[in-house]
Design a protein around this ligand. Sequence first.
Ligand code: UTP
Length: 238
Amino acid sequence: MRVVISIGGSVLAPDLDAGRVDGHAAAVERIVGEGCEVGAVVGGGGVARDYIGIARDLGANEVQLDHIGIDVTRINARLLIAALDGLAAPSPPHDYEGAGEALRRGDVPVMGGAMPGQTTDAVAAALAEYVDADLLVYATSVDGVFSADPDGDPTAEQYDRLTGTELVDLVAPMSRGAGASAPVDLLAAKLIERSGMRTIVLDGTDPDRIAEAVLHGDHTGTDIVPLGADGDPERWDR
Ligand code: UTP
C-alpha cells in the first residue's frame, strides 16, 4: 500500500521538542517496516504564522508571505528528515516529480510547501494524486471533520464518513473569511474529490493513531471515501 501522510505543523512542532518529532518518525518507520511506501508532507504551524505576522507588519505582500510560510514548512520537514535518519530523502522535494522520484528510489520523501497561494493540505492531496496513493491521511489537531469548529462551537458534530463531494460542500463555506477553521483547505478538498482519493482526517497528536489508521483502518476520525466505494483498502482485509 502506498500512503501519503500530512502532518500539520501544530501537530509536529507546536514547540521545538525532539521527542515529539522522534515519535512521528517512529510511526513512519513502523508503517514503512510493515511494507508500505510512505510520502510525508509537513506543515508550518504557529511558527509559520508568527513569521508571516511579522513580515506582514513589515509590508511584505501575500506571495512573499507565502514564501516565508513555505520556508518554515521546509524547516519542519527537515526536522522529520533528521529524525528519520537514512530512511528519508535528504532534503524536502520542492515539487511532486522530485517526491515521486524519491519514492521510486525507496526513500521517504518529506515535503513542505510547494507554491504560493495554498497550504500543505493541498500539497498532500496533490502528492497523493501524483503518486497514485491508496490512502491519504491528514494528521491534524482535531479528530476529523466537524459541522463547525469544535473548539469554538459546542454543538459541532463529527462526521464519521463523507464523500469527496460532501467534503467540498462542507469546506467551501468554512473557507471564506478570516480565521477559517476548515479541517482541510478547499483546494485539498477539490483534489480529493476529483481523484477519488480515499482519505482519513484524524487527531494525529499521538503518532500511534496515525500508524493504527494506516495499517488497520482503526481510528476515531473521519473517513472520506469515493462515491460508491464498497470496501477498505486491500491491505486491511488481510
Ligand atoms: P501550512 O500548510 O502549515 O498552513 O503552511 P496552515 O494550514 O495555515 O497551517 P496549520 O494547518 O493551521 O498548521 C503555512 C503557510 O505556508 C504557505 C501559506 O502561507 C501557509 O499559510 N504555504 C504553504 C504556501 O504558500 N504554499 C504551500 O504549498 C504551502
